[in-house]
Design a protein around this ligand. Structure first.
Ligand code: GAF
Length: 393
């Protein structure tokens, strides 16, 4: 996973003849608050110690070269070229960010860039958001643009909308930019006000199980969910004109509007309204040090995502079912957009090895798929690597 960073730096210097600036941008986990971000609601993510590393330096011309070390692919562009999405998927994240910088009035000159990533792609750990934020930070450093990190997160989100076609919320980019070592960040996705909470899970460890699948309806179904929520809001507004997004709606508003709604829209809205309540409850439980409660709420979220929001899949449900039956597992749920990727679980520290063994075996027996296990640490958000680049995160 990802190349040795010193090797990449040496290769950069050999190819381009100068020392690069190196930027690290992390992936993220999310404790609670799934599919709430684009409903103006609350989320509780954290940046992790799996990251994208971007190596960049000026080219001295108006042309730029991008190299994906992991994929062994490259792409060249002129900084005055018209920008449109291309077939090489990874390139679009870069084009999208360049487009955002240019729209914000920044004049970019040519650069050479290489990148490598530790974040497994398609695992729901936001490798794309990390790429957008890492590249944005790299441009900002290279051309001394002083773009603040919240602005960077917004640019990453806009790039994703326009060049990857996913109408994502702000959570992933915000976590990658604003994450802090050993802290989870509670974000109000409407006002972008945020608070940090110590990521102290006491006798429990967060463990991720990767379903090792990514169903290709993920992107299309994501946008459909977003539309269904917007449709629900319009109907709820007839009973409560103060509701401008699902974040404002109560379960009572929804009950009053239910008769006018398609059943599927009702269930989408119910899930989101309840999930926002669950984020608040998890924050309270964390403050009180009640980790068992956090685990229980995570299981409720999984049930909602699976049955009401319908973004889970057989593989994710199986992982949760097997893990829940293990001694020492106190909670878990699918994480991220859904239709594949990882589950996030809370497991008693002295039972982690045993649970990992049981889940790995059970998943293989049930579906014939190997799970991958990630025991991630919570880390800082995007930044320039000033020290030894192969150390730490
Ligand atoms: C994906 C999106 F990119 C996020 O914005 C968020 O909506 C998440 O799915 C679901 O909570 O990761």
């Amino acid at each position: 996973m990802g190349r040795n960073r010193n090797d990449v730096k040496n290769t950069f210097e050999e190819i381009f003849g100068n020392e690069p600036i190196v930027v690290r941008a992390p992936g993220r986990i999310n404790i609670i608050g799934e599919h709430t971000d684009y409903n103006d609601g609350f989320v509780l993510p954290a940046a992790i110690d799996l990251s994208v590393f971007v190596f960049i330096q000026r080219s001295g011309t108006s042309r730029s070269k991008l190299i994906s070390v992991d994929l062994d692919e490259s792409y060249s562009l002129g900084m005055h070229d018209a920008l449109v999405p291309v077939d090489q998927g990874w390139v679009n994240y870069f084009l999208g960010v360049i487009d955002q910088f240019q729209l914000a009035g920044h004049k970019l000159e040519g650069f050479n860039l290489m990148f490598t990533s530790d974040i497994p792609m398609g695992s729901g750990l936001s490798s794309s958001a990390a790429l957008e934020c890492g590249f944005g930070q790299a441009l900002s450093e290279l051309f001394k643009l002083k773009v603040d990190k919240v602005a960077l997160a917004k640019m990453g989100q806009a790039a994703e909308h326009k060049f990857a076609g996913v109408k994502c919320g702000i959570m992933d980019q915000f976590a990658s930019c604003m994450g802090q070592n050993n802290q989870v960040v509670k974000l109000d996705c409407r006002s972008l006000e945020y608070d940090y909470y110590p990521a102290d899970f006491k006798d429990y460890e967060l463990v991720l199980f990767d379903s090792n699948v990514k169903h290709n309806l993920a992107d299309s179904q994501y946008n459909i969910r977003r539309n269904q929520c917007e449709e629900g809001v319009k109907i709820i507004q007839a009973v409560n004109s103060k509701v401008s997004s699902l974040r404002d709606a109560t379960l009572e508003d929804l009950a009053q509007a239910q008769a006018e709604m398609e059943e599927v829209v009702y269930h989408r809205c119910k899930y989101v309204i309840e999930e926002n309540i669950r984020v608040q409850a998890v924050c309270e439980a964390l403050k009180a040090g009640d980790i068992t409660k956090v685990g229980q709420i995570m299981l409720e979220t999984h049930a909602g995502l699976s049955r009401e929001y319908e973004v889970s899949c057989k593989e994710l449900d199986t992982l949760i079912e097997i893990a829940s039956a293990c001694d020492g597992h106190i909670g878990g749920r699918m994480m991220g957009g859904g239709f594949g990727g990882c589950t996030v679980n809370l497991i008693q520290k002295d039972k982690v090895d045993q649970v990992i063994e049981e889940v790995t075996k059970g998943y293989q027996e049930a579906l014939g798929i190997n799970t991958k296990v990630y025991r991630v640490a919570i880390a800082d958000g995007v930044g320039v690597c000033k020290q030894e680049i192969n150390e730490g995160v």
